[in-house]
Design a protein around this ligand. Structure first.
Ligand code: HEM
Length: 419
């Protein structure tokens, strides 16, 4: 039995020491909710009234180190940066730790702005790492909701995706605002127009410019459509090659041949070399077929349609299921097998190979995607090999086909050649 401040605590009772109630006690800290560093000017806290690191035999052994770490960060931050939160008034969550519910999405800016911003790369090339990380995080959440049931209730993927979209819009809005301000202030010197410049400059036939909302919509769509798709296909091509040593050797030999022909003064891969990658192109087509990254697209009949003896009434929704075409054994014998050689003498019939869709919504990034995948595989085949941690791991299919363990693997340098 322990006695403390007139209370008795019987042996065996559990006690929760609630530090926050001490730190928010207005007798100890007047106006306690206010962040006011000056309150510490002449304050030496009474014993046990300031306990951020606990007390007694379990006092945090890292307390001095923690204060040093925080001071080092703030030293650099105060001298060089400023932060603009995307949702400054965002509500808080308290478990496991107190933090804003949006995970503090923010833009960190260099405070001593360099004169003139170079934008000779792609959109967002000049954005800070934290913005890129925030984009990646929000896009991941958005993707989980894209093909989810449209249930807009907390906890559901669709609800989370709508919130992620809101956060993405806030991030893009601040990028658009910045670029507009730089261009207006005349301190923006682009060596080469990037996507953002193109969108700000574009004019309709009647001279109308795009609104911020339209620009942000395009950015949202392009980054979403172009990022996960190529990334997943690259991962699968790597997995298939590694699991099929014969295909791996043939693809690698082709890249080595290309390297042998490369003049010693040439740096990196050229478009001409890309066009010579005959086998690699088959590896990519076979990966696109087996994986069918966009397994389906949604359409609505704008008028009554008759197709293959079926009638689709106006207003009906149609799901075009690409995978069933790519797995049709009449078109692709033994369709589950990854076999790049099936493309040796195969020119697919119209509408029988649709990794990039078809018609007026045909993917505008198809050539770019194949080039990106080829560049990655060129370097991968020449320099690396992959060892998956769980090669037989089951798959998940939504939002996209991938191993449930997210393809945990070890990538090793194999150092056969320099690309
Ligand atoms: C392996 C990579 C890719 C695959 C498998 C893929 C697949 C597709 C498919 C199937 C569609 C048609 C959607 C529909 O009909 O509703 C589509 C549309 C689209 N893709 Fe891709 N895509 C890839 C890469 C890219 C890249 C790299 C970009 C841009 C940088 C891109 C931008 C777009 C856009 C903007 C659309 C919408 C077109 C429209 O609705 O008019 N895609 N993609």
């Amino acid at each position: 039995m322990a006695s403390i401040s007139g209370y008795s605590i019987p042996k065996g009772w559990k006690v929760l020491v609630w530090f926050r109630s001490i730190h928010y006690d207005s007798e100890l800290y007047p106006n306690p909710m206010e962040f006011n560093p000056s309150r510490w000017d002449n304050l030496t806290p009474k014993a046990l009234s300031f306990l951020p690191f606990g007390a007694g035999s379990h006092l945090c052994p890292g307390n001095d180190l923690a204060k040093l770490e925080i001071a080092i960060f703030l030293h650099h931050f105060l001298l060089n940066y400023k932060m603009e939160r995307a949702n400054a008034g965002c509500p808080l969550m308290y478990l496991p730790h107190t933090r804003p519910k949006d995970n503090c999405v923010a833009k960190i800016k260099k405070s001593q702005e360099p004169r003139g911003v170079s934008a000779d790369q792609q959109l967002a090339s000049s954005e800070s790492e934290s913005v890129m990380e925030a984009l990646e995080r929000e896009y991941t959440v958005l993707n989980y909701g894209v093909r989810a049931m449209a249930i807009n209730l907390p906890g559901f993927a669709y609800h989370k995706a709508l919130k992620a979209r809101k956060n993405l819009v806030a991030i893009f809005q601040s990028i658009v605002d910045d670029r507009r301000a730089q261009r207006k202030a005349g301190n923006y010197y682009a060596k080469k127009k990037d996507m953002m410049d193109a969108l700000l400059d574009v004019e309709e036939d009647d001279g109308r410019k795009l609104t911020d909302e339209e620009i942000i919509d395009v950015l949202l769509m392009y980054l979403n459509a172009g990022h996960e798709s190529s990334g997943h296909t690259i991962m699968w091509a790597t997995v298939f090659l590694q699991a099929n040593p014969e295909a791996f050797q043939r693809a690698k030999a082709e890249q080595e041949e290309i390297l042998k022909r490369r003049p010693p003064t040439q740096k990196g891969m050229t478009l001409k070399e890309y066009r010579e990658m005959d086998y690699l192109s088959k590896v990519i087509d076979e990966t696109l077929r087996v994986i069918t990254f966009s397994l389906t697209v949604f359409r609505e009949a704008k008028k009554d349609v008759k197709i293959n003896g079926y009638s689709i009434p106006k207003g009906w929704k149609v799901l075009v299921w690409f995978r069933s075409i790519h797995y049709d054994s009449e078109l692709y014998p033994n369709p589950m097998e990854f076999n790049p050689s099936r493309w040796d003498n195969l020119t697919p019939k119209a509408l029988s190979f649709l990794p990039f869709g078809a018609g007026s919504h045909l993917c505008p990034g198809n050539d770019l995607a194949k080039l990106e995948i080829a560049i990655f595989l060129h370097h991968f085949l020449l320099n690396y090999k992959m060892e998956r941690a769980n090669a037989g791991c089951p798959l998940m299919y939504l939002p996209h086909t991938r191993p449930k363990d997210n393809c945990v693997a070890k990538i090793k340098k194999c150092g056969s050649a320099k690309a």
